[in-house]
Ligand binder design. Structure first.
Ligand code: PAF
Length: 284
């Protein structure tokens, strides 16, 4: 496995690979890898000859007072995990190389960025779409794989790719969970053991909601009440949002159908966790 730190070098390498007819699959990450990222890497192999994984804690997608400074970083640990999972190239640029002094461009998707995480984290998705477009330009992938835990991010990246005619196949992959159901996230590391226990309310309440929907409950308000009261049981839990939305518009709905996705964001202390699931699909 090779590690490339320079933007120019990565782009030249990607263009040279394409010139020799190689297909590139790309897994963008902010590092502190876990099994969720590694499942994307393994799946990426099916889409290409060369798998590139980026590690870049992107400052432009963090708001004031968020965890940019404290976000866990450990390139040595990540490199060992990436090599084991079959990554060919790690691209780990420096911030000054990604956003040099006269940098002046933002990529912005309207509409679906204004609800859910976009409402609680203003500007977050502008940072995501900007860095993802830059990474696509640098890594030149044929396919890019994203986890469905960031359901809204996946929808926003799909919208951007379509709107800007970017020739990259966007692949969404199922959430990977711990044995007890907690969705894997680099931020789980922040949780005390007490809070981690309380955080199981996310996957538990989603599980209960799926059961109710599958047993014929179609009223969104009833299911949302059930989810909220389960989550509020935890003394440190503070709900950011609980919404049931249409999977592509992300607009709230009132009746459950096969497009209905339950999305939750909850603070445990200062740690904000998200989770989601389709209501009429078996829990992953
Ligand atoms: O999902 C993430 O880790 C980030 O939002 C991404 C896509 C790597 C962009 O910084």
């Amino acid at each position: 496995m090779e590690t490339i730190r320079q933007v120019d070098e990565m782009q030249l390498r990607a263009l040279a690979l394409r010139d020799t007819g190689k297909r590139i699959a790309f897994v963008p990450t902010m590092g502190y890898l876990h099994e969720g990222h590694l499942s994307l890497v393994r799946a990426a192999r099916q889409y290409a000859d060369v798998v590139v994984l980026s590690i870049f804690v992107n400052p432009t997608q963090f708001g004031v007072g968020e965890d940019f400074e404290s976000y866990p970083r450990n390139l040595e640990r990540d490199s060992a995990m990436a090599a084991d999972a079959g990554v060919d190239i790690i691209f780990a640029p420096e911030t000054a190389d990604m956003y040099p002094r006269n940098y002046a461009t933002t990529v912005r998707v309207d509409g679906i960025t204004e609800t859910l995480c976009g409402e609680s984290r203003p500007g977050h998705f502008d940072g995501v779409t900007t860095v993802v477009s830059k990474l696509f330009g640098i890594v030149q992938p044929h396919a890019a794989l994203f986890g469905m835990k960031d359901f809204q991010q996946l929808a926003v990246v799909r919208r951007m790719t379509l709107d800007l005619n970017i020739p990259v196949e966007i692949v969404g992959m199922p959430i990977v969970r711990e044995a007890d159901g907690l969705a894997m996230s680099s931020r789980n590391k922040y949780l005390s053991s007490e809070m981690r226990q309380q955080a199981l309310a996310l996957s538990d309440s989603i599980h209960n909601a799926i059961q109710a929907a599958q047993q014929g409950e179609t009223d969104v308000a009833t299911i949302m009440d059930m989810v909220k009261s389960r989550i509020k049981g935890g003394q440190d839990a503070r709900i950011d949002y609980v919404e049931i939305c249409h999977d592509s518009t992300l607009k709230p709905i009132t009746r459950i159908d096969e497009h209905s996705v339950l999305l939750v964001a909850v603070f445990f202390g200062s740690t904000r966790l998200i989770d989601n699931h389709y209501l009429l699909a078996p829990m992953d």
